[in-house]
Design a protein around this ligand. Sequence first.
Ligand code: ATP
Length: 486
Amino acid sequence: MSDKKSDKSADNPVAKQTSMEDIVSLCKRRGFIYPGSDVYGGLSGTWDYGPLGVALKRNIMNLWWKTFVDDRDDMYGVDAAILMNQKVWQASGHVDTFTDPLVECSNCKSRFRADHLEGDKCPTCGKTGTFSEPRQFNMMFRTVVGPVKLDPEISFPNNTSAVIKDHNYTYNVDWSSEKPEVKANSNDEVALSTSYLRPETAQGIFTNFKNVVDSFYPDLPFGIAQQGKAFRNEISPRDFVFRSREFEQMEVEYFVSPDGWEKEFDKWVSDIYAFLQQLGLNKQKVHELEVPAEDRAHYSKRTIDFEYDFPHKRDELLGLAYRTDFDLKNIERESKKSMEYRPKDGSKAFVPHVIEPSFGVERAIIAVLDAAYTEDEVNGEKRNYLKLPAHLAPVKVAVSPLLKNKKELSDKAHEVYKMLKKEFGAVMWDDNGNVGKRYRRQDEIGTPYCVTIDFDTLEDDTVTLRDRDTTKQTRVKISELIQELK
Ligand code: ATP
């Protein structure tokens, strides 16, 4: 085998706008993301991550954590419970105002988010002028914590099951064999046991503000970071994982002194760009939208939406908001506990203000896939590959024996595979099909390097190392392989 080869002239990728169909189909075919509960016909707005998707997602989340927590000395991480005391959501204003305007078509009964509609033509049935007046629909998923007692007034047909209607929600209660103990006034208990699947991770940070201050006594400004699931009962989930009902957020609440917030806000703008660059996004596809006061969330005095030219349209990738002291003051009022920060220089204690960069993992994933999705030609044939930054690629390197059924090649390849796996972890064994097909398959999932063990390997302990982007192949000594791949 020659020293440098190439299975194409790959230096001229064809510039093409990636479509959402390209991304969705790649994700399903190659095991990144599947529709949730697919085997039972799905559940709208939910998605399951397959082996490669979970690896990509973790790589993005770990990169974020490293960038914004581990590499800084002004950040503290938390991981708060998803279920929180309902007072959290009352105090934060979510119970009253976390709503989207809902309209219903009187002809086909389809429901839409009013501010996402263009004109008065129903997208489902095509009729015009059939929309109801918008009503505010609260997007929090409500649930009941613990074994809720039943209302004695309710009748139970045949003593087998019951339906409790409470606050417009219906609970189906299993009523098997014995009558459970029933307490009077138990509807109150339903109300008192109500909780919500959190619609943002931020409140788990605010409620731990005092804990972190008391344990670590950090200097201001400092931030508390959290990653985790958030849930919103979106009226119409759509655009793949872009608008899901269950998704993952990565948020920082950055506590500042009220007179210095502008400077800190500007620093966050540049920190965000630096992170987006690490995701491999093209800066020209990222746009800042200064959100006008009437469109801002109820807590915000300034918000920039960082929009991205997604395959479906330009849309919000992440938000940066100045939340003032809104949340800590609310907690103070409702919990009757002081949220004041006492400066170490002995100056007057005050409630810090907050700047919040809020990233959505799903939207980052689509942007990363959009940026990486590349088409070019190899030996006159079309090739699709993911030009992922190596630090995000789900598989760092794939190892194959040139021929599957030659034991000596396979044994040697397994040795190399084990060595690399010990070093890099995310290493794939791939001996299906011929070597050309393996390369294409690895290209499609964004594996930066493939290592092939051939007959020369048995003679001189060198392997073929093939580069995804250039498709160049070089001979590398096994003893130098790890260094070469680092
Ligand atoms: P939108 O206006 O698109 O509904 P939002 O302004 O309500 O979004 P925020 O409340 O600012 O969103 O949430 C912070 C981030 O969480 C968003 O920038 C986005 O990345 C992510 N996010 C919000 N809602 C969803 C969702 N339904 N599915 C996936 N990610 C979401």
